[in-house]
Design a protein around this ligand. Sequence first.
Ligand SMILES: [Zn+2]
Length: 394
Amino acid sequence: MRFRSVKSLQKRGDVAGLVGAARGAERVAAVAALGELGTDEAIQALTALADDPDFALWMRSEVVSVLGPKYVHKLRAARDIDGLIRTLSNRNHEVRAEATRALSELRDDPRTLPSLLAVLSARGSAKDAGTIAAAKDAVRTIGTVGRLIEIMKGGADFDARSGATVVLGLWKDPGAVDDLVALIADPQADRALQVTAVKSLASIGDPRAIGPVASFVVKGLREFARMGGSPETLDVIVGSDFAALASFGSAAGPYLQASRDGEQDQSVRILIDTVLRRIEKRPPAATTSPSRIAEIVGRWPSAPAGACDICSDRIAPEGSHRVPTAEFQSIVRKGYNPYTTGRMKGTETGILASTLGLSDEAAKEGWKVMALGTTTDFGLCRTCAQDVALFIAG
Ligand SMILES: [Zn+2]
C-alpha cells in the first residue's frame, strides 16, 4: 500500500522522498510525516512547499497548519499582507490568532486595511466564512469610519471600495450617511458599488437617506422603462435597492409619491406607482401588546457577556436574556426563524449573508440546523429576545 510507503519513508527519515509523496495521492499523510520528523531539513522542505505558488492552495494551507505560528512570523517579517490574510482562515487556531496579531501590527502598512476590506467585498467570490469573520474582526480593530470613507471614495481597487462600503453599513455609524448618499447620487459612480451603498444606508436606517434611496430606485425604474419594462416584468429588476427602500417602510411613501407626481413619462409613473403599492402592502407591524412581550421576556434571566446568538451583536449581562436550550429549540421546531420574522434584516449577520449572495432560503436553513445542533443555552440581545417573544405571543 502506498500509505505504508509514506510510513517507511518517515521511518527512514527520507525528506526528499516525503516531498515527492507530498505531490502524490498520500499528500496529506506525507505532509504530516514531515511535520512529525520535525528536523531542520523537514521544516525547510515544508516551508518551501508552503511558499510554492504552483502547489495547490488548499495543500499549502495544510502545510502552514503543520508549520504553525513560525510560518506566520516569516510572513510577518516579509510584510506579506496577502499571505497573512490567507492564513486568517487556517485550520490551526494558533496560526489564525498569530495572523490576526501580525496584521494589526502591520496596520500602518497602506496595503493592510484595503486588503482586509477586499475580503469583505460585496462580490465575495469563494471566500470562506472563517476568513470573512476574521477579516471583519481585524477591520474593527484597525479601521476607523474616517479611513473607511476615504477608501470607499476612491483610490483603492474595486473590492476594497466595496468592502469599505459593506463595513460602513455593518457599523451603522450615522457619520457615514452623507458620504454614502453622495456615492449613490454620483452619476459617474459604479452601479454595483451604489447598490452596496444603498444596502448600507438601509442598514444604518438614518431617515436622511430615504429621499436619496427613493431617487436611486426611481432612476433605476426610468432606465427599466426605457428598455421596455412594464409592471408585469418588474420582478426581473426588483433587487436589493428595492428591499432597502422597503426597509424604511411607509416613511418612503411620500418620496415615491412626489417622484410619481412630478414624472412626465406615463410608463415611469405606472412603475413608480406599482412599487409604491407594494411598499404600502407590506404586512402591518405586529399588534401584540407590549406588556405581553415584556412578560415573556421577563421570564428569561440575563445572559453572560458575549455575542447575541441570533444577530451577533455584543451583549452585556444587563439588557440581555438567557433562554434555556430545550425551550429555545422547541420554539425553533415550531417554526421560529429570525430570517422569516425579518429580524435578520439590518443585523450584521443578515447583511453579511445577503451581501455574500447567500439566498434567504439557504441562510434560513443554515440557521435552523445551527440552532437545533447547539447544546448550550441561548444568550440573546433584548431586540432578539423580543422577536422570539413576539413569535410565541403571536
Ligand atoms: Zn440579537
